[in-house]
Design a protein. Structure first.
Length: 203
């Protein structure tokens, strides 16, 4: 079990889990939206995603690194497996529950700074304001706790958490998801989207 968990985490974080200088090289995998990265994840981890959805990895929830691996499977991988489709967001609630339960157990405190950032990220994806407020609180604490060499990268995460929180404060949802989810946009949302609002990798 632990070897399987570490296979997922090693793929996702690479050297960036322990070396701040390695973070830029990993950014394309995380946020670049490249179709070849999507296909690589599909080939290597589609079966793991399906196993997690079916509950076959539920025991991973009991240990910090297993909980993080499940968060990656439910929060990050669907955005690449199902890019541009409603399924990209279908597992967010499961990931958010893992975050809240894991924080209560102190699992996040046993991870390296960048791993903690991805542990909290499902809250940044929530269309629920209290979860967004919790996200900002956790990313602020992460930044405050971090060593100086990690802070430039964690400041970016904190800024994005604040940006996501502010969108939910304003609209109560993410307007850039409306087209994917078949939701009509309000005039205010249409003006926001027309003004070059970010889509966070989901067209």
């Amino acid at each position: 079990m632990r070897a399987h968990i570490e296979e997922i985490l090693s793929f996702w974080f690479g050297l960036a889990r322990s070396e701040p200088r390695a973070v830029p090289a990993q950014m394309e995998r995380w946020f670049g939206g490249a179709r070849d990265e999507d296909e690589l994840i599909r080939r290597r981890f589609q079966s793991d995603f399906e196993a997690a959805v079916a509950g076959r990895y539920d025991a991973w929830e009991e240990i910090p690194r297993g909980c993080l691996a499940l968060i990656i499977l439910f929060d990050q991988f669907p955005r690449q497996l199902f890019r541009g489709r409603p399924e990209a967001f279908a597992y967010d609630a499961r990931a958010q529950r893992l975050v809240l339960d894991g924080v209560q157990e102190g699992f996040d405190e046993q991870l390296c700074p960048l791993e903690r950032g991805f542990f909290y990220m499902p809250l940044q994806h929530a269309e629920i304001l209290p979860l967004q407020e919790k996200s900002v609180e956790l990313f602020q604490r992460l930044y405050d706790d971090a060593a100086e060499d990690w802070r430039p990268h964690l400041k970016g995460m904190l800024d994005y958490a604040i940006e996501h929180r502010d969108i939910i404060r304003r609209f109560g949802r993410f307007p850039h998801r409306n087209a994917i989810l078949g939701r009509g946009s309000t005039p205010e949302e249409e003006a926001y989207l027309a003004g070059g609002a970010p889509n966070y990798g989901q067209q």
